[in-house]
Write a protein that binds this ligand. Structure first.
Ligand code: DAH
Length: 337
């Protein structure tokens, strides 16, 4: 068979390939180990010497031409494959959005994220502390020894072996201060547990603890920090006030009210006609708590605060039954989209 016939035949084969896989097979049958070209090369040894250069050149030309066809075919098949994919996988962006099921972020998570963003923006780190705690972290290190009456403020779930479900994120303060030395600025958000159950209390709820420890930290710093936060959450006109209170882990301790965002202090249903809404407990970290964590209270001072996220979400969204937060009824959650 002469070279032209061979070329024509191989060329036809290549051109007829319908898929990249088929082409690969045909390619192997031409250029592969036992392929047409290799066979021709092998036969070259039988060609009379004076014809050898010519024959060699002819085979080489043949190889180059077939390689060209092959490359073109490869490109064509690849293009076709992409075009096919584009046609079959195309997205109809005009589809009516009413048919898509879009979720909503739970109001507690919205508040948690908003607060976290605020505090992180102000240089606080977010600290994750365990939900299952020892009596030491949840109480003793926070200056609440066994039999201390302050334990009655929180009806705690004990789970045996000295372990309990944390009743306050304040435990996170101790864990942080044990491991890290001042200056410290952290928030510790998370779930807490108490044996409480009515329309404004759930056995599981959420708190966010805050702690700042450094040299020369004062009650004024606490007030400034909380004022900034209150304005961010409840609006720029919001004022705060401190009322004296008692917590074993802070001295002095305060309860913090914000002016009612609904009536701006005039008195309404939201603030029960007082003009103020209680949102958190706070104070200067008790010397004993710093000492318990190996921090010198003569060198460092700190402030701490703790707030209920469910409570803030309920106030802000006018939700009067905390159970709604846990039922996971999408109709409820969607209202806060
Ligand atoms: N742990 C307190 C509670 O659950 C809230 C609290 C009050 C946290 C004062 C604080 C604080 O950090 O300083 O009732």
């Amino acid at each position: 068979m002469d070279y032209n016939d061979i070329l024509a035949q191989a060329n036809d084969k290549l051109v007829s390939a319908r898929s990249e896989r088929e082409l690969a097979e045909i390619k192997a049958s031409i250029f592969g180990k036992n392929g047409t070209i290799t066979e021709l090369m092998k036969k070259l040894k039988d060609v009379p010497p004076e014809q050898k250069p010519q024959a060699g050149k002819a085979i080489n030309d043949l190889r180059v031409k077939l390689a060209e066809t092959c490359e073109q075919k490869e490109k064509q098949l690849h293009r076709e494959k992409i075009e096919q994919a584009l046609a079959s996988e195309n997205l109809d962006l005009s589809i009516d959005k009413c048919c898509a099921h879009v979720g909503a972020i739970h109001p507690i998570n919205q508040i948690r994220k908003k607060l976290t963003d605020y505090f992180v923006g102000n240089g606080y780190i977010v600290y994750d502390s365990p939900e299952i705690e020892t009596d030491y972290y949840n109480f003793q290190a926070l200056n609440i020894p066994p039999d201390h009456p302050a334990r009655d403020m929180q009806d705690t779930f004990f789970i045996g072996n000295g372990m309990l479900l944390r009743s306050q994120t304040s435990a996170g303060q101790i864990r942080l201060m044990e491991k890290h030395k001042p200056p410290l600025k952290m928030i510790c958000p998370g779930r807490v547990f108490r044996n409480d159950d009515d329309s404004t209390h759930s056995p599981v709820f959420h708190q966010m603890e805050g702690l700042v420890v450094d040299k020369n930290v004062t009650l004024c710093d606490l007030k400034g920090a909380l004022e900034g936060f209150a304005k961010f959450i409840f609006g720029g006109q919001t004022a705060i006030r401190f009322r004296p209170s008692y917590f074993p882990f802070t001295e002095p301790s305060v309860e913090v009210d914000v002016s009612c965002f609904n009536c701006h202090g005039k008195g309404c249903r939201v603030c029960k006609n007082t003009g103020w809404i209680e949102i958190l407990g706070a104070g200067m970290v008790n010397r004993k708590v710093l000492e318990n964590c190996g921090i010198d209270p003569n060198e460092y001072h700190g402030f701490a605060f703790g707030m209920g996220l469910d409570r803030i979400a309920m106030i802000q969204c006018s939700i009067d039954d905390i159970k709604l937060m846990w039922e996971n009824d999408v109709r409820f959650i969607r209202q806060f989209r």
